[in-house]
Ligand binder design. Structure first.
Ligand code: IVH
Length: 693
């Protein structure tokens, strides 16, 4: 859309205007705002800060409010709409909006290829493959460079006018340079989506407001198209990919763009017009086998994308061939969707079990009729708490929709009340602990019911399991099942007993050979020298996760120092608020906890902060990776800084990475990191700033 020279020129102009905002001329100001919206929302490479953008935007508003005749329909200020003029009128599409045929395996794709070759009378077909975006489809019409209408799919023949809401999506331009490409009118198709990152943030906000959260990004995107208030749509931070040109009307006597000969060309044209088309995501192949191989590889990569896709779309690239093949009333014969393994399924909620965790929290677990979901068999799903059951109106015997989004654990999306037969039963939450029968209690501000007995078997055994677990004391070769077994047999009843186990008894148990005994012994021995933060985490103090444990460990020399610490001192630690401080404070006021710690110390468990480098570290718990050539620092030097401050260096880009520090000529690592929304990508300069505080 913008070439390098234009980018530099527009950026210079921006800086100039930011220094002297009053000298700005409105046409140029609008151009600058559009340019920065494009950089931010389409290219994903913002060139100015939000604050600077806002300064320009406010300047536009003030010029427009002084003289309303200057307001044009494509002014960035005109995205803001109001709910009064939204009546979602039904409007026919210029060309019907068809669906796609689905394929699920190599056979289906080979069939498609065979039929396409037969129909086209051509044996050398080029295919263009792109993501199948999992959102809500839309159709847009631009005339004389301006966006005139946006519609939902509707029944495929006519959709509802949702122009006001679509204007809230900043990656959809309000005007485009159509005439430059010899076109007067264009109808295009695409998908409104919500990125995984925006979805997570939006749900966080809903949680804070104590509102029901949304099941998945697709529902979040689809549910916003027909919202009454466009401002609510704007808050959802939606995005749109445009992947199809359904109709073009050339300018009289003009020559339409030469790009309109192939699908890949049309994606390029859409990109040049300023849309977020899958121009970079698309791939071209010369045989169906290459397409099949690509589909198989891509299925494993889907979780690395910043948005949800439910498959790939394979399109015959050549428009002349497309035309020759034509379409059925349902789908074009020149395209097919390759659907990834379903991550949604329906099944029956057969039973509910109530499990007691280490803090006494009672969690309802749905027992489901086993069903295949995204490659695994699912038969039980946590329902978190009583509220969850009520919110989703779940009853025993219900048919429920379940889902696995990304690599996230399965969840119940909703019950399907229309399939009820009348014999479904309401789920009643117990009043007493299902394990020890003690009465359950719930704090006013909390959603969970808890068992009130500290000696509850379930809590004790879960505490031991947590103590031993990988992120805690990491006592390997000690599976959860063994701990339960030892507990039931009376061999292991408390945490300190881990260090005084009767190995003679264990040796006689089935499945315990010499080798596993030796492994267990040395794993237990090794745990005694674990760093202090692991022990703090292993104790299972409420609200003290790994990161907090690291912070606390870095502030003390011996664990029992915490016994004398005031709430104020605890709260002065980074990221320790009242809730966490209070929990630590209460823990160290309880005599039995102090007893436990002293007993562990007498058994040889490390209580001392030994990793001094971490003491002043402000990077503890953070993972770094460097890519490209650093200018001011040597790579080894930079890595040493990270480690000295308690951070870690990772070997490659993954979702575990927190910071990617980018030097000159960074390559594939940068590209990969860009796809993972949680990774912060920083320059060497920013790294120096971050680590010099
Ligand atoms: S092409 C005639 N391309 O999938 C052209 N559709 O299951 C038909 N979709 O209705 C559409 N990503 O809403 C096309 N890259 C993509 C797509 C895509 C998502 C949606 C679209 C369509 C549905 C069919």
């Amino acid at each position: 859309m913008y070439n390098q020279a234009q980018i530099i020129q527009l950026q210079d102009l921006t800086k100039e205007y930011l220094l002297n905002p009053h000298t700005i001329e409105i046409t140029q100001l609008k151009q600058l705002l559009r340019f920065h919206e494009y950089q931010y929302y389409v290219v994903n490479e913002p060139l100015i800060s939000d604050f600077e953008y806002d300064q320009l935007y406010q300047q536009l508003l003030s010029i427009e409010s002084a003289d309303a005749s200057l307001i044009t329909a494509d002014s960035p200020s005109q995205r803001v709409g109001n709910s009064l003029n939204q009546n979602f009128e039904t409007i026919p599409h210029l060309v019907p909006m068809l669906s796609l045929e689905n394929s699920y395996n190599a056979d289906d794709l080979n069939d498609f290829d065979r039929k396409a070759k037969e129909g086209a009378g051509d044996s050398s077909i080029q295919y263009c493959v792109e993501p199948k975006f999992d959102g809500a489809s839309i159709s847009l019409v631009y005339e004389n460079d301006m966006l005139v209408r946006a519609c939902t799919r509707g029944d495929g023949v006519a959709g509802e006018d949702i122009t006001q809401n679509i204007k809230q999506i900043k990656s959809i331009p309000l005007s485009i340079p159509l005439s430059q490409y010899g076109l007067q009118q264009i109808e295009i198709r695409g998908e409104v989506i919500m990125s995984k990152h925006s979805f997570a943030r939006f749900n966080e906000k809903l949680k804070e407001k104590k509102l029901a959260t949304l099941a998945n990004p697709r529902n979040a995107a689809a549910g916003s198209l027909r919202m009454k208030d466009p401002k609510e749509v704007a808050e959802r931070n939606l995005d749109a990919f445009i992947y199809h040109i359904s109709y073009v009307l050339p300018i009289k006597n003009g020559t339409p763009s030469a790009l309109l000969k192939t699908h890949s060309g049309s994606l390029e044209l859409l990109w040049n017009l300023g849309f977020r088309s899958p121009q970079k995501e698309k791939k071209l192949f010369h045989s169906i086998q290459e397409v099949i191989d690509f589909c198989n590889v891509f299925e494993t990569e889907r979780d690395n994308l910043p948005y949800d896709i439910d498959g790939l779309v394979i399109k015959i690239n050549d428009f002349a061939l497309q035309e020759k093949l034509g379409m059925t009333s349902h789908h074009p014969r020149w395209a097919i969707a390759y659907k990834f393994k379903a991550r949604q399924a329906t099944t029956i909620l057969e039973n509910v079990e109530f499990q007691v965790g280490r803090t006494g929290a009672v969690t309802p677990v749905a027992k489901l009729k086993a069903v295949a979901l995204g490659g695994v068999t699912v038969s039980s799903i946590s329902m978190h708490n009583e509220e969850y059951i009520k919110e989703k109106d779940l009853r025993l015997g219900d048919t429920v929709m379940i889902e696995r989004a990304g690599d996230v654990i399965p969840q119940i999306v909703q019950s399907i009340p229309s399939l009820r037969k009348g014999n479904e039963k309401m789920i009643s939450f117990p009043t007493h602990c299902p394990v020890c029968q003690a009465v359950l209690e719930k704090e006013e501000t909390e959603a969970v019911w808890r068992c009130t007995s500290a000696s509850c078997d379930a809590q004790v055994v879960e505490k031991i399991i947590h103590f031993v677990s990988k992120d805690a004391m990491d006592i390997k070769s000690f599976g959860e099942a063994n701990i339960r077994k030892f507990y039931d047999l009376g061999i292991l009843k408390t945490i300190p007993q881990l260090y005084t186990l009767d190995f003679e008894k264990i040796e006689k148990l089935e499945g315990f050979g010499q080798k596993s005994m030796d492994n267990l012994k040395s794993a237990i021995e090794a745990s005694k020298t674990q760093p202090l933060f692991r022990l703090i985490y292993a104790l299972g103090i409420r609200f003290v996760g790994e990161t907090t444990a690291k912070t606390i460990a870095s502030q003390i020399k011996h664990l029992l120092e915490l016994q004398d610490m005031s709430m104020e001192t605890l709260q002065s630690f980074e990221d320790v608020g009242v809730k966490v401080a209070n929990s630590i404070f209460q823990y160290f006021k309880e005599e039995k906890n102090i007893q436990l710690i002293k007993e562990l110390e007498s058994l040889g468990v490390n209580m001392i902060q030994t990793e001094h480098t971490q003491k002043d570290g402000n990077l503890s718990g953070l993972n770094f990776l460097f890519t490209g050539t650093l200018v001011q620092l040597k790579r080894a030097q930079a890595e040493a800084i990270v480690e000295a401050k308690g951070g870690h260096i990772l070997g490659g880009v993954s979702s575990k990475l927190h910071y990617l520090v980018v030097g000159e000529e960074a390559g594939s690592k940068l590209e990969k990191a860009k796809k993972i929304a949680t990774i912060k990508i920083i320059t060497e300069e920013e790294f120096i700033q971050l680590t010099s505080s």
